[in-house]
Design a binder for this molecule. Structure first.
Ligand code: 13P
Ligand code: SF4
Length: 412
């Protein structure tokens, strides 16, 4: 079935649900008119289950046991407080060092607001992981200083081997990356040679080197639809929640690696329902690394860039946001009058991982940025053979993005 046929079926299913059982929530399916894929999916859980049943969506978890080793989740670093004079002086030193080293900042939306502001003030880039990957090749700077997590620095180096890539802290990893060791993943791929291997960008260079495609959240949906139209069956890693979301929205056969993001997995559905009852006019924005029960309550499911665009383009005055709260800096910059509320996590007394802020993104600060620029340490190196394998699936994603006019950039 082609995409438009599939979408027509979804709309029919939606109405059928409303008629069959008026106790079901009658979500208002919104379909994009430009890209022709489902962007927003605010239907209730039962509606979605019914859609799975009638649209024949095949969703598989790994049938054989894949044992994930427990990962160490660090505490959030406590940076020494800075007076406004100290902060200004530190920023001035960083600006000077950036010029001296012919370096540019490439920062993710989850990093500290001071870093995002500095990246913008110094002509760098603040973006989602798709645009961060693309940006490095456009820049004439000799050094890219990637403020984010390790896979973002590695991707920048893989795409720009002639540039120096530095990071404030090389220990800033990601639970998805940690949950997907290359040897176990490679063995998993070997057991399923009939499947096209699609991996999320939040992976190591070695895992990328085993993949046919790399995708970010901003481009995963159209690439999966494209592969589905070619009749391909997919092996997906590492985020099971994003994989599950892609499978049910596209009706594609995805075999899932069982990884998860420790930040997004903490959002709690009953608490979100309660919060929404207190703010009934608020739109719910959800990153697709979140579990199904959170996705099912969303007015928009999308990448960090898609969520920021929603805050600026939707009429709602309030938004409940299920992703890292670092994103509030950019949202508030572009829509200062909108009220933003972080979606509820495990709440009071819960662990560090349930505070709505990625502990590895928190390892980026003005303090260690200045140090890394001054000393020139924390450089990313990628083995040339590994790079050769990893660059192909990343380039494939970027070529697809160019050909289909998909960008992680914000307008303006
Ligand atoms: P985006 O690609 O949407 O920026 O997401 C990256 C990420 O790590 C989300 O947790
Ligand atoms: Fe990884 Fe989750 Fe942190 Fe994103 S928020 S970098 S997926 S651990």
């Amino acid at each position: 079935m082609n995409n438009s046929g599939w979408m027509a079926e979804l709309i029919e299913v939606h109405y059928a649900c409303s008629v069959l059982n008026n106790t079901l929530r009658t979500g208002n399916l919104k379909l994009t008119t430009d890209n022709r894929y489902l962007e927003s999916f605010p239907a209730g859980h039962y509606v979605l289950s019914y859609i799975h049943a009638v649209s024949g969506t095949m969703i598989q978890s790994a049938p054989e046991a894949v044992a994930l080793r427990p990962i160490q989740i660090p505490e959030h670093p406590q940076w020494p407080p800075l007076s406004s004079e100290e902060k200004s002086a530190l920023k001035a030193r960083i600006k000077h060092l950036l010029q001296e080293r012919n370096a540019v900042l490439v920062a993710h939306y989850y990093t500290d607001g001071d870093l995002q502001a500095l990246a913008e003030e110094t002509g760098g880039c603040v973006a989602d992981s798709l645009e961060m990957a693309r940006y490095g090749s456009d820049s004439s700077a000799e050094t890219l200083v990637v403020c984010g997590v390790r896979f973002m620095g590695e991707t920048a180096k893989i795409l720009n081997p002639e540039k120096r890539v530095l990071m404030p802290d090389l220990a800033a990893t990601c639970s998805l990356d940690e949950n997907c060791p290359a040897d176990a993943f490679s063995a998993f791929c070997d057991r399923h040679p009939d499947r096209t291997v699609v991996v999320y960008a939040n992976t190591s260079a070695a895992v990328k080197a085993r993949a046919d495609w790399v995708v970010t959240s901003g481009i995963a949906l159209p690439i999966i639809l494209y592969l589905k139209a070619r009749g391909e069956k997919i092996l997906w890693a590492p985020d099971k929640h994003l994989g599950h979301y892609l499978a049910r929205v596209t009706g594609t056969d995805l075999l899932l690696w069982p990884g998860a993001c420790v930040v997004h997995e903490e959002f709690k559905s009953a608490a979100l329902e309660r919060l929404h009852r207190l703010h009934p006019e608020a739109a719910i924005l959800v990153h697709p690394e979140s579990p199904d029960e959170i996705v099912d309550q969303a007015d928009l499911v999308g990448s960090t860039t898609a969520m920021i665009k929603a805050v600026t383009s939707m009429d709602n005055e309030e938004f409940i946001v299920a992703t890292d709260e670092g994103i509030f800096w950019k949202m508030q910059q572009l829509a200062p009058d909108k009220k933003l509320i972080i979606a509820p996590t495990a709440g009071e007394g819960a662990t560090c991982e349930s505070c709505g802020h990625c502990p590895w993104m928190a390892m980026n600060a003005l303090h260690n940025l200045e140090q890394v620029l001054r000393k020139g340490d924390n450089e990313i190196h990628i083995d040339p053979v590994l790079r050769e394998g990893a660059v192909r699936p990343i380039e494939r994603m970027l070529t697809f993005a160019r050909q289909h006019g998909i960008s992680g950039k914000l307008p303006g």
